[in-house]
Design a protein around this ligand. Structure first.
Ligand code: ZN
Length: 388
């Protein structure tokens, strides 16, 4: 029994042990599991699985961003490297451009200076065999090139501008001003040696209507006078600006008038083809074409495009009532000017009386015209009528 008891005891004890063990083991297992679970939970919680997932995404985005930034930075650097090179190149171009500009400005200044070069006289008289070199204003004759005679049987010209009379007759001398588009014209009257002292003015020639007409680059010169009227037009690109010789002549006349206590001044001078186009179109709009044609020139037909014309003081009929107008009427020719559209000549000049509008043709011609009492058209034996 004792054994049995013992055995039982031991059995129980065993059982109990086993049970204990199993319990413990179970507990331990449970505890372990729970611990693990807890730990795992804690660990999972501490790791924060959602964030961890997000962090992965962020890393990818970050990588992309970094990649993009790096690529962009490299591109920017590359761009600047190229740009810098270009800039250097363009700086070189710029600096050379500036140099060119400076050179151009210098050339322009010289061109502008040269643009003022002109002949002192519109024509010269020579006897056969006689030599003369035209006087040059506002510059050196060395800047005048490509001298040419329109008729070598009348007069020849050297490359230095020395003109020699060959046979009696009239011809033109042309020359170019260096560095400009300016073409200089000079009329040469060559008389036979024996006659050289006889003829001065030639009213016979005027009456016979014997006038020398030269057309050069679309510009008509009759007896050396540039023509712009309803009959004679100037090319649209004929753009001479104010003629310096005419302007200087005006200043002389202005001084002379001032000495008499009179005030004359220029109100309008050179007008380009485009200027005249605007003015004429405005008048046509306002008064109609027929009326506009009586007082405003069509583009290309304006006397103002010659650069030899000035409108004085108040450009209206009231000027004709001033002492200035009276003075200009009888003195302008002494300075090379004529009243281009005199009173009572409307049917011939094509324009109403314009006491304010003076035109430079040189002292000699202006004096002839003034003394003749004729308007320029009558003097030259031409009309002033639009062809259409
Ligand atoms: Zn005018």
């Amino acid at each position: 029994m004792t054994n049995a008891k013992n055995s039982n005891k031991s059995k129980r004890s065993k059982e109990s042990k086993q049970s204990k063990q199993s319990k413990q083991s179970k507990q331990s297992k449970q505890s372990k599991q729970s611990k693990q679970l807890k730990q795992s939970k804690q660990s999972k919680q501490s790791k924060q699985p959602k964030q961890s997932k997000r962090s992965g995404k962020q890393q990818t985005v970050l990588l992309i961003v970094i990649g993009t930034v790096v690529t962009t930075a490299m591109l920017v650097i590359l761009y600047f490297v190229i740009f810098y090179d270009n800039k250097n190149i363009s700086q070189i171009t710029d600096s050379s451009g500036l140099n060119n500009e400076a050179i151009q400005a210098g050339a322009l200044e010289e061109t502008m200076d040269n643009n003022m070069i002109c002949f002192k006289d519109t024509y010269i008289q020579l006897a056969t065999g006689e030599k003369a070199t035209p006087e040059v204003l506002n510059g050196s004759i060395d800047n005048i090139k490509n001298w040419q005679s329109t008729d070598n049987s009348v007069a020849i010209v050297s490359e230095n501008g020395e003109i020699t009379g060959i046979n009696a007759g009239i011809c033109g001398i042309t020359a170019e001003v260096e560095g400009t588009d300016k073409l200089l014209n000079l009329r040469v009257d060559v008389s036979a040696e024996s006659e050289s002292n006889i003829d001065e003015t030639e009213p016979d020639t005027l009456e016979s209507g014997d006038h020398e007409t030269i057309i050069e680059d679309g510009v008509t010169y009759i007896d050396g006078i540039m023509m712009a009227s309803k009959t004679f037009s100037l090319p649209a690109d004929f753009d001479p600006g104010v003629n310096e010789e005419a302007l200087n002549a005006f200043y002389e006349m202005q001084d002379a008038a001032a000495e008499e206590g009179l005030d004359i001044y220029i109100s309008s001078s050179y007008r380009s083809y485009a200027d005249q186009e605007r003015i004429y179109n405005r008048y046509v709009e306002k008064d109609g074409k027929e009326a506009a044609d009586t007082y405003s020139a069509r583009p290309g037909h304006s006397d103002h495009q010659t650069g030899l014309t000035f409108d004085l003081n108040s450009i209206d009929d009231s000027f004709g009532l001033t002492p200035e107008s009276d003075w200009v009427k009888v003195n302008a020719h002494k300075y090379g000017f004529i009243i281009r559209y005199p009173e009572g000549k409307q049917d011939i000049t094509g324009y109403q009386y314009e006491p304010w509008h003076i035109r430079f043709i040189g002292v000699e011609k202006a004096t002839e015209v003034y003394e003749s009492g004729l308007c320029l058209e009558e003097f030259l034996g031409v009309d002033s009528v639009y062809k259409d």
